[in-house]
Design a protein around this ligand. Structure first.
Ligand code: ZN
Length: 312
């Protein structure tokens, strides 16, 4: 097994009202809720995972929804824009669809030779739909309104906005095995050749922009994917020897994780493919019932009372 980072595993953001978040991601964007659980560090709060049918790494966007969250601020030292790959020719569908759902979106634009449509979720989280140069072959989740010809395939890229890109670029190249592919002005595109999709990290250098505030409508962390626990621990040692504070291995039920703050200020996680989302419910019924980690099962009745009601 190669000791390699396999692109993005998941991205985690902070949202406001749970129902609004659920409705937007499953109806307006057509993703599947693959896990309804709680924040393991704050079990009175939901943790939603949206992805494709199985919640394959590279398709998973997760949220902590807090009803009365204060809005965050986009700035430096954070992941600012999430990129999803969509089929070629689908952006016209999406502009019409966004009008119908009253989504705030921009003009169709071009970036690094790819068509791109920027929009915001109901909390102001910045997302992009991108038609990749090379067609993304992943099978998407489909809904009655969003079929496979237009559906989101999973992540294309993540954008990190930084005061100075150099220290973060070193993490990507020297530790994670990414290479600089292209540069356009203050935007530097890094890519790993270990996977075909979710392989891109764009670093945008904004020396004058103030630090962002991580709260509602912003990204909390970016998780990079590794095959298994053994490779996870290989990276633990590699990152610790480079002088960074990194957590011990943490069991997140659906994957094992490590966290460290990269020098540009963004919280990075490394997460394993194993065991995946089918570990505690059948693939056919993923996301339909509240799943709790073993340590909270005894408090289920209290937790269910505290969590906002969710109509699915
Ligand atoms: Zn995470």
């Amino acid at each position: 097994m190669e000791d390699k980072i396999l692109g993005i595993h998941h991205i985690t953001a902070i949202a406001g009202e749970a129902q609004r978040n659920y409705d937007f991601y499953t109806k307006a964007l057509g993703l599947r809720l693959v896990k309804k659980t709680v924040n393991f560090d704050d079990p009175g709060t939901y943790h939603f995972y949206y992805g494709n049918e199985n919640g394959t790494p590279g398709t998973i966007l997760t949220f902590f929804p807090w009803t009365h969250v204060k809005p965050g601020r986009v700035g430096t030292g954070m992941a600012t824009d999430i990129g999803y790959a969509v089929p070629k020719g689908s952006l016209d569908f999406w502009t019409k669809h966004f009008e119908k759902y009253q989504v705030r979106f921009g003009q169709i634009d071009e970036q690094f030779g790819e068509q791109i449509l920027r929009f915001e979720d109901p909390d102001g989280l910045r997302i992009q739909l991108i038609e990749p140069k090379v067609e993304d072959t992943r099978t998407p989740w489909e809904t009655s309104e969003i079929n496979k010809d237009v559906a989101l395939k999973g992540f294309h890229s993540i954008v990190l906005t930084l005061r100075n890109i150099k220290p973060t670029a070193s993490i990507l190249t020297d530790i994670f095995g990414y290479k600089l592919l292209q540069q356009d002005g203050n935007r530097y595109r890094f890519v790993t050749d270990t996977v075909e999709n979710a392989a891109i990290v764009d670093l945008v250098e904004e020396p004058e922009v103030t630090h962002g505030l991580v709260a509602g409508g912003t990204n909390h962390h970016v998780a990079f994917r590794v095959k298994n626990d053994e490779i996870l621990m290989h990276f633990h040692d590699k990152i610790a020897s480079a002088g960074y504070n990194i957590t011990p291995k943490i069991d997140r039920n659906y994957f094992f994780s490590l966290y460290f703050r990269e020098p540009g200020g963004v919280l990075f996680e490394l997460a394993t493919d194993n065991p995946g989302f089918a570990v505690d419910e059948d693939v056919n019924t993923l996301g339909t019932s509240l799943k709790l980690p073993a340590q909270y099962e005894a408090e289920r009745a209290t937790i269910e009372k505290v969590l906002p009601k969710l109509i699915q």
